[in-house]
Each structure stands twice: as C-alpha cells, then as structure tokens.
Design a protein around this ligand. Structure first.
Ligand SMILES: [Mn+2]
Length: 310
C-alpha cells in the first residue's frame, strides 16, 4: 500500500504513481491511497489520462510505502496503521528535517528538491522505462516542488533527463501546471493576502505577515514576487484547521539564519498544535489553532530571531 501526505500535491502524486510503476516492474502488487488529493493534482491526472482508482480496502498482510512526507500527522486516517507497523514501512521523503516516521525500518531520506527526483533515480538505477504520461507527470512533480527550478541539484537534472528520455513532454508539463488557468478563488486569495499584509521593515529586510482562508502558498509566492524578503501566510479554516506557509529569498535566509523548515517551523511547533517542516526558503505548518494567537506567535518568533542572533 502506497501512501502520500494529505492533500496530495503533484510531487506526492507523481511519486506515488512512479513508485507503483517500479513495483509493477518487480511484479509486486500495489495500490495507491491518497489521504485526499488536491484539486490541481486531480485535474492534472485527468488531463494526462492517468486513471487512478481510489480503493480503501485493507490487506492484513500489507507492506507500506510512504512517499513525500515523514510526519505521521500528515497521514491523517492512516496514521495509526503506519505507526503500528513501522517495521513494515518503506519511507521515501525529501522534506528536511525528517519527522517522526524516520524510525521506519526501510527508508530513503535525502534533503533533495522533490520526492519524484528520488524515485526517478531508483527507476533509472534499475533501468525501468516509463510510459510517456507518467514521465510527463514526473516532470510536473519536479516542476511543482522546485517552483519551476528555483531550486536545483545534480540529481534534479539527472531525474529530468531520465524523464525526458522516457518521453516526458516538457511543454505539456508546463502547460498543465502553469497554463494560466489560475482559479478565480486563487486570484482573490492572492489579492486579499496582499491587501491584508502587515509589512514590517526589519533592519534592511521587508517582511510580510498576512492571512487568508486558502491558497497560503500561492499568496506567499505572490508576495515574494512583489519583492518581499520573507512572507508568512497564515490560513485558518472554519473548523480551526491551521495552515502556515512561508517563503523567503535565499539571501534573507543566509544573512539572518532564519531557516524556514528547520528553524521557523520547528519553533512554531513549540507554541502551536501541529507539525511543521520544509526547506530553507520554503516551509509549511499544519495543525489546529486560531488566527489571532497564531499571528502573535509568528511575530514573536520572528522578532526575537531578527533582533537577537545577528
Ligand atoms: Mn514534495
């Protein structure tokens, strides 16, 4: 049984389906279970004609593979079954620092640009060829998590080469991901997020803190494209589900030591109910809480770090 994190994004979906292909190659029967798949991913799969049948039956003698997360909280309803079976779990993830599932018996944990890159590397090692649609899906997974190659690594480029060799269509990948068809609601979220932003000038940096009720990551990216050095976007849903997305420039992180994944998100864990992680310049937090308290805590952590350590 292959699992991804909740609200599976294109990297999670591509990783799961590429891993299933690898298992097929070895004649290992597998099923993919997304604890919820996001709308964007769903649309991409349907446009690539990749039909994925969501099955929920459980097998008594299953082996589990988890891709694109190492935090049990992000497995939602599958959390307990995984925690009880860590000796039968293969974990493949790239979100540093790694979460509580890192004690799984089998693991491939690397601080890489995407999980798709890690799985493409395995496929390549075993000389597995991929169908065209899965290759294009793999390109989409890489494009999504690298923010269109804002982050690269040698392995990323090797994975892209492998996906292109197997017929992945780059234009189509770009088009499916950024085809200009930004949802109306996403545009409104970006505009609201910018309008509501508190803009702080801290030393020579511009920091924006804002809140929306959805599309936190998109809002954070929009703020960065406007020239903000650090954007922190808090999203609280009606049921107190809390999501925080942060984005920063490389220079900001390097100068201030405010690493988003390994510092900011981990600090948030001390004060808020939930789990956070990510990369140096892109981080996220999922949990529960209310807006006002969360904004206060974000500000406190930020100001303390900015005015103490450097
Ligand atoms: Mn990922």
């Amino acid at each position: 049984m292959i699992f991804t994190h909740v609200n599976a994004d294109p990297d999670a979906v591509a990783s799961a389906l590429l891993l299933k292909h690898l298992f097929n190659f070895f004649k290992i029967k597998s099923i993919v279970l997304f604890p919820g798949i996001n709308r964007e991913s769903k649309e991409i799969l349907s446009k690539l004609n990749i039909y994925h049948l969501e099955k929920t039956e459980q097998y008594s003698n299953a082996f589990y593979a988890i891709v694109d997360t190492s935090n049990s909280v992000l497995l939602d309803k599958y959390k307990d079954i995984i925690i009880r079976n860590l000796d039968k779990v293969l974990l493949i993830d790239h979100h540093y620092p790694f979460g509580d599932l890192k004690n799984a018996r089998y693991k491939i944990l690397e601080n890489e640009t995407s999980t798709t890159v890690l799985i493409a590397e395995i496929l390549k090692i075993f000389n597995v060829s991929l169908p065209k649609s899965l290759s294009t899906l793999g390109l989409i997974g890489v494009l999504f998590d690298t923010q269109r190659f804002r982050f690269i690594s040698l392995k990323t480029l090797e994975a892209v080469a492998y996906l292109l060799e197997n017929g992945g269509v780059y234009d189509q990948a770009l088009n499916l991901l950024y085809g200009g068809n930004v949802e109306y609601s996403e545009k409104i979220a970006r505009i609201k997020g910018v309008k509501r932003a508190d803009i702080l000038k801290i030393k020579k940096y511009i920091v924006a803190i804002t809140h929306v009720s959805s599309y936190e990551a998109s809002v954070a990216n929009a703020l960065l494209s406007l020239g903000v050095d650090l954007a922190i976007v808090v999203g609280v849903r009606k049921n107190k589900e809390l999501r925080i997305s942060a984005r920063a420039t490389k220079k900001f992180v390097k100068d201030t030591g405010l690493y988003l994944g390994s510092y900011l998100m981990k600090e948030l864990e001390k004060y808020l109910d939930g789990k956070g992680g990510g990369h140096d310049t892109a981080g996220g937090f999922n949990g529960r809480g209310d807006l006002y308290t969360t904004l206060k805590i974000v500000e406190k952590i930020l100001l303390e770090k900015m005015y103490s350590s450097y």
